[in-house]
Design a protein around this ligand. Sequence first.
Ligand code: HEC
Ligand code: HEC
Length: 398
Amino acid sequence: MTRKPFPLAVLAVILSGCSGSGSQPDADPNLVAKGKQVFRYDTFGDETQWSDTLRMHEVIRTTVDPTTALSVGLKVDSEALPPAVVQGIQNGSISLKSPDTTVALIKLNAVVGIRGTVETVNGKDTLTRVGITCALCHSTVDNSFAPGIGKRLDGWANTDLNPGAIIALSPALDAAKKAVYNSWGPGKYDPRFNLDGKNGPQVIPPAYGLSGVNRITTTGDGEDIAYWNRYVGVTQMGGHGTFVEPRTGVSVVNGPDDLISDKLPALQAYQLSLAAPSPPAGSFDAVAAARGKSVFEGAGRCTSCHSGARRTDANERLHSAAEVVSEPEPNGAPSYASRSATKQYRTAPLAGLWQHAPYFHNGSAPTLVAVVRTYNSRRALALTEVQITDLAEYLKSL
Ligand code: HEC
Ligand code: HEC
């Protein structure tokens, strides 16, 4: 029996998967370490919004048991759990049906992206203030302890998180606002709704694999990550500081102080240090992916926009809504580009695609095969069925 030679293209696909992509090797390790702390644990004083205005601490301590918290996509950092708690969860002596357990987990700083102040009130541990961090939406866990409980994976989009459903629990919102928040579903959040009143939820994207990409967000609003971190930190999280954008007319000042500006360089350095995760072994067919690479570069005409090492022309140009296959928006939502600073779209960088379905800014393609089918029909590519599945396998390998 003769062994077929291992095709070089297959090897290239495998190797490109091994190294990951988008990390910044020469970053200052102290700055990166500082940024990691900010990314995971800093609220920038946003308790003003989540506690003083939305009163989420009251909701959490009275109604959100850990089972409920996990069901809306919140994650638990198993490395923050002391052995006694691990044992208690395992033998059932710690109830996952009691909000007191949620408060205990928050006190241990074990709920990813949630920071709380727990004080003794009438002899009982009571959550008196709560805020959120970047990790809420842009970290998940590896489920190594149990579903939703494991080691942190920073930069990974939390595609299970249902931020709308969580915000809608606030007693401070009227029915009309709650209805909008409840309409978003898991893995989506509209980072402009509170400013322009329009409803068009966006897929929570990863915060990894962005080194070398100088246009940030799906509409390329910022030239560096810090631009958007300031936007979200101030206008969405409610952190103390200022965000002003003449192109959209957004101007928000929170608090008398600035708890965000001096943290942005470290926060950005940390995100730039996060490489896209390699696809898990066996998660794609390497031979088909190698063929799919040729479709990507040839019959699919993908490299006319997804060009260069980062598979994006973002640093050279943006694209009008008319060029983008993901518009019109689902459910009659207004064009997301029209709500942005640039009014255009950035060619997506495609790193770690396997990790963060659904695809496109509005999540209109549930799978990578659906992405390819959308391109095939909207751009009249006339790809064969084999080319379509090969191209999807290639996308899974990135
Ligand atoms: C409530 C969920 C949520 C929180 C909290 C949040 N983000 Fe995001 N983030 C999003 C969504 C949704 C987008 C997509 C926005 C867009 O493309 O217009 C986004 C976009 C981004 C991007 C752009 C990615 C790209 O491909 O260009 C980065 C980077 C990012 N966020 C980092 C952060 C950091 C750092 C923080 C903390 C300061 C943070 N986010 C807080 C939901 C969130
Ligand atoms: C005219 C430029 C252009 C061409 C040609 C193009 N793309 Fe895109 N691509 C974009 C833009 C812009 C986006 C972001 C659109 C959005 O977020 O809705 C995108 C998004 C994507 C995404 C979603 C990424 C994510 O994170 O959700 C995938 C996957 C993708 N393209 C693959 C392809 C493939 C495969 C081809 C070839 C068949 C192709 N693209 C051709 C510009 C292009």
